[in-house]
Design a protein around this ligand. Sequence first.
Ligand SMILES: [Zn+2]
Length: 402
Amino acid sequence: MATYRELLAQVKTEIDEVGAAEARERHGAALFVDVREREEWEEGAVPGAIHVPRGQLESRIEGLVPDRSTEIVLYCAGGSRSAFAAKALGELGYEHVSSLTGGFTDWKRNGFQVETPQSLTPDQRRRYSRHLLIPEVGEAGQERLLASRALLIGAGGLGSPASLYLAAAGVGTLGIVDADVVDDSNLQRQIVHSTDSLGEPKVLSAKRTLEALNPDVEVKAYEERLTSENVERILADGWDVIVDGADNFPTRYLVNDASVWHGIPVVHGSIYRFEGQVTVFKPGSAGSVAGRAGDARPRAGGPCYRCLFPTPPPPELAPSCAEGGVLGVLPGIVGSLQANEALKLLLGIGESLQGRLLLLDALGTTVDEVAVQRDPSCPVCGEHPTITEYVDYVEFCQGVQR
Ligand SMILES: [Zn+2]
């Protein structure tokens, strides 16, 4: 049986190590992963490093770093824990991993830059304690949620439960786009509003409810209908995920085109009477989670909304809730599923509904799932896109209806 010393010596022959000076040269190009315990991390860390305690490394790294060709520099306090960690990542298929010899201690001794990481306050530790207990979320995941930005299209039936759960979960910035005011016929399902807020703009009513639920959350209210004219301005505020709870087709097509061009994943939900649908559109992405702008040209990946619905349905086949009615709890279920998908995307955990359309029947209480695929000839996300800028979406939807 090997002693610890022998085991460590053996592991060190099997991994790549890098000294502090060389590590510093790679700083910026390589991802630094701090595998120490939380108390050590809080006292100071390499700037830009992510924190994954050694005990959670194997279970969390795929979610945090999906691309196994990423150059990674692992460090601990002295270079031993990170050596074992480097071996583990190598076994998980990570190709460019090295361990910092001498660890953070040596980094500091060299006078290299150190920062004190943000960490949760005692209040936040209590508020999010049930998240912190889940290894897939934990402290790093919660910090990630607090730094995340989700844009909700609509503060209605779907936007209500979705925004409530995202706010409760501590998603730090929520944008809400809606031009309507609260009407008494909304309250049968739009639970972010209340009788007190009748006549008030929905975005302001929602903002008040959500910020009261969780003061960690900042709500950016866009009291306007999403249009070709304002979509770029709203997206320029920077969003990690869009939760689409729109109640009309022009907005859905507009959200789709904008999200494809900006590389932002969309969690789609729709409802009618007792039937709900949920899916995730994340075209052009195999793994990256927080797809901010800069990744505009889609590659192979999941379908977009237009892949599924190249043309809007004729109006007689697509009545709105106002025309066709909806069981009040149904948007509660569908919107909660949307929040679930959004949280997974933000955390980089689990399996998203990308490529799968969930069909929910509340009357029979059944759930079906159909596989949906990207259409290579899709006019927006296909190989040779024919729609490359915003169109008149109202006209587009009416044109097809004629
Ligand atoms: Zn498409």
